[in-house]
Design a protein around this ligand. Structure first.
Ligand code: SF4
Length: 466
């Protein structure tokens, strides 16, 4: 049979060759299969051959019989490009009431009043947001600590609500807060506009307090979470953690803390090299230790799920959604084309539009490479600017050396901002990229679980994707 190869990448994981096509479909096949495919020595009467044809790895016609289905599915996987930017981050202030040892946002003292967004900047920013063609607009408020600016928070939401009377978009609001300052005024705003609270909790009290540089931080955060749950409802409060160097030795304790506080999900987040975190002692060592930490924590999460308690690891759930469902995820850190501009825009307190959250963090370090322009500028001049067009040359991992033939490329993403930050090169060099190392290790680990412990993990993963 004169079959042809369809585009796919492959890698060796566990005892298998793992093939992944452009749709993100994965097949774990016996070693030697790829060689047999490319040398046309595969048995065309075998079940394996039929599966490879049925799953879009081989085709018997120049144009596959099911090309329309293939095209539809590819469109679905890249739907975020059609939809327009949906996540709009508003950095209300750099003021903060904590002293986190890993602060990536270069936050300032609570009393520092010239580091907050003006009401005028908010007006221009909301106008710009509505220029995005997306039907779904998420307004995410960040800082510093955004709850320190309740008037600005209310003003931004009210402007959006007013504008949406004629725009008819699906609005979502998220307040990223350390939960220390969830006053009645703040919770009243959240209740009125269905604002989701995304808080941060790093683990048991001793660890959380050390990370936050305050002796009573844990106690106040837990109080804040309880208060928010009682006013807004349990489901309106989510939490995520940041893995400081100190946290690396305590994966189980951190996971148990989330269970004890009745959270049904946890996001095991690595440190990113911005702000204070950039002073981390050794990034090579940290990355290797984080991967070990992640796997140990993940095993504990699997154990907890097997005991009948639902606990989703959010980073894994995003990757699994890419592997096991036909949908795109909308998660800006694992996208190709990259999340910058395509899926996220940041309206900073300084009156400028940035390409991503990390881009505005870089600006605090004096690097304005990913500042797009003032929010007073027109949407077209900003989004189609020369700067953004130049980034588009390096934001698709399909086109990047090292990524284009990577076996897990369909589940990963491109990150010109991180490449620029760590390698002084937006294109990036994969062999020494620690982000690449971390992503590949975690993706391959999840694939190995599916291959080696399918009966044990798949029922759990399916509940995570519902
Ligand atoms: S960054 Fe690394 S893991 Fe991700 S697609 Fe590129 S080579 Fe693969």
């Amino acid at each position: 049979m004169n079959y042809k190869l369809l585009p796919f990448t492959f890698s060796r994981i566990s005892s298998k060759e793992v093939l992944v096509n452009e749709l993100g479909d994965m097949m774990a096949v016996p070693k030697g299969t790829v060689n047999a495919m490319v040398t046309h020595s595969i048995d065309t009467k075998s079940e394996l051959y039929k599966s490879l044809v049925a799953n879009f790895f081989l085709t018997e016609n120049t144009i596959p019989a099911l090309i329309d289905i293939y095209a539809e599915r590819l469109v679905e996987k890249k739907r975020f490009m059609d939809d327009g930017t949906s996540l709009h981050i508003f950095v209300l202030t750099l003021r903060c009431n904590q002293n986190c040892i890993y602060c990536q946002a270069s936050s300032q003292d609570e009393c520092c009043h010239h580091k907050s967004m003006t009401f005028e900047t908010m007006e221009h920013s909301v106008d710009l947001m509505f220029k995005s063609p997306s039907n779904w607009l998420t307004m995410e408020f960040q800082g510093g600590e955004p709850s320190l600016e309740p008037r600005l928070l209310r003003y931004g939401i009210e402007l959006a609500e007013e504008k949406n009377k004629t725009e008819h978009r699906n609005m979502r609001y998220v307040l990223c807060t350390n939960s220390i300052n969830l006053t009645d005024e703040v919770l009243n705003i959240c209740k009125s506009y269905n604002v989701l609270i995304s808080t941060s909790l790093d683990g048991p009290s001793w660890l959380h307090n050390k990370n936050r540089g305050k002796a009573d931080s844990y106690e106040r955060v837990v109080k804040g979470i309880d208060k928010a749950r009682s006013v807004l409802g349990h489901a309106q409060v989510a939490a995520l953690m940041t893995t400081s160097e100190l946290a690396l030795d305590y994966p189980e304790d951190i996971v148990d803390e989330y269970v004890n506080l009745s959270f049904s999900s946890i996001f095991l987040r690595a440190l990113n090299p911005y702000g204070l975190a950039s002073e981390n002692s050794n990034w090579d060592t940290y990355t290797a230790r984080f991967i070990a930490f992640y796997k140990q924590a993940f095993e504990h999460i699997l154990f907890i799920n097997k005991q009948g308690t639902l606990l989703i690891e959010e980073f894994a759930a995003i990757i699994l959604r890419k592997m096991l469902t036909p949908w795109c995820t909308g998660f800006v850190d694992l996208q190709s084309p990259a999340g910058i501009v395509n899926s996220v825009l940041v309206y900073n307190y300084d009156g400028y539009l940035y390409a991503s959250d990390e881009s505005r963090m870089l600006a605090e370090q004096g690097d304005f490479s990913f500042r797009i322009g003032p929010v007073t500028e027109s949407y077209e001049n900003l989004i189609y600017s020369k700067k953004v067009r130049e980034w588009s040359n390096v934001w698709s991992n399909e086109l990047l050396a090292g990524c284009s033939d990577c076996g897990v490329r369909a589940y990963c993403g491109a990150d010109p901002v991180r490449n620029h930050t760590t390698q002084d090169d937006k294109y990036g060099y994969r062999p020494t990229s620690l982000l690449c190392k971390k992503n590949k290790a975690i993706i391959e680990y999840l694939i190995s679980l599916i291959i080696e412990r399918k009966d044990e993990v798949m029922p759990i993963f399916k509940t995570w994707l519902q």
